[in-house]
Design a protein around this ligand. Structure first.
Ligand SMILES: C=C(O[C@@H]1C=C(C(=O)O)C=C[C@H]1O)C(=O)O
Length: 294
């Protein structure tokens, strides 16, 4: 069964098919499933506010010389291992940890096709802050300011899963932007040159796609979030055992995931002509075609 991959099939498909907008949107749709399921997994634990406060665990300072928060330490530890496996060489993977704290891969570099233009876009700081300030309080039960369930490892593992999936989804906006740029470069070039964020945002925004996404996402949250393990339960009983609120999931996408994805698209487009020769730009302007290389 060849369901839509939720990773980039960069090793066996040419850039032109990888960057086909339908293919990219298919990956985004599959990431909806991952994100909803990972949010449900995190929601089974208490808020555990200490995990997000820098310095809240004295042991981290004493034994790890780490003065940041538990979650940032756990992200560093996790991403350290993943960096050794070349995870962050992939064009669709961006670390939360500062690159200077991450080791080099232990394996030889992977040769990826030239899909994205060189860029420095990374919005994980915004993702982490919103996750701590808004998402965790929304999806977890509050056991009071100091109340927690003590499951610091289990909840941190789920935090990492949600954050990684959300980061992949939002940074995938760069593949969307590259695809849109290649399909009509002449539309984008004047606004990239004039640094016009609003006009670039107007070009990349597709309200119908967003509206359909939110309806689809609500249905997924409705089904995935209900308690299916109560045969014979009434709808009312199932609702009492709901694992995650549908409107919470929809709101997270509507108010954060989609807007930040759009911002990432614009951030990426603003650097898209860096290093492109005047002749190449002139040709793209005249032909409105991107010089496909594969
Ligand atoms: C991702 C795209 O670009 C924009 C962002 C979207 C999103 O974050 O879901 C959806 C449509 C567009 O407004 C796209 O066109 O598919």
């Amino acid at each position: 069964m060849n369901g839509v991959m939720h990773t980039l099939d960069v090793h066996s498909a040419p850039p032109s098919s990888i960057l086909a907008l339908d293919h990219i949107r298919g990956v985004l749709q599959r990431l909806e499933d991952t994100i909803v399921f990972q949010l449900i997994e995190r929601a089974q634990f208490a808020r555990n506010p200490r995990c997000y406060l820098p310095g809240a665990f004295a042991e981290l300072k004493q034994r790890e010389n780490w003065s940041g928060s538990w979650i940032q330490w756990f992200l560093k530890e996790t991403e350290t291992t993943h960096a050794k496996l070349r995870r962050f060489e992939a064009p669709d993977e961006y670390p939360f940890t500062s690159p200077e704290l991450l080791p080099k891969p232990v394996l030889e570099p992977v040769t990826y096709p030239k899909l994205l233009w060189p860029h420095k876009v990374n919005v994980n700081d915004k993702i982490l802050q919103f996750y701590i300030d808004d998402i965790v309080p929304t999806i977890t039960r509050n056991l009071g300011e100091d109340g927690d369930d003590g499951h610091y490892g289990s909840s941190a593992i789920r935090d990492c899963e949600v954050l990684s999936a959300m980061s992949r989804r939002i940074h995938f906006g760069m593949f969307v932007a590259e695809s849109k740029f290649r399909s009509e470069p002449a539309s984008f070039i004047p606004h990239i040159r004039s640094r016009n964020r609003d006009e670039l945002a107007n070009l990349i925004t597709k309200p119908a796609v967003e509206a359909a996404l939110l309806v689809r996402l609500g249905k997924k949250a409705e089904v995935y979030g209900q308690d299916m393990n109560r045969p014979g339960a009434t709808d009312e009983e199932r609702e009492k055992e709901r694992k995650i609120e549908v409107e919470a999931v929809v709101r997270i996408y509507k108010n954060f995931v989609i807007p930040l994805t759009r911002d990432v698209e614009v951030d990426y487009l603003l650097t898209r002509l860096d290093g492109v020769s005047d002749d190449e730009v002139k040709t793209m302007l005249e032909t409105n075609r991107y010089p496909e290389t594969d």
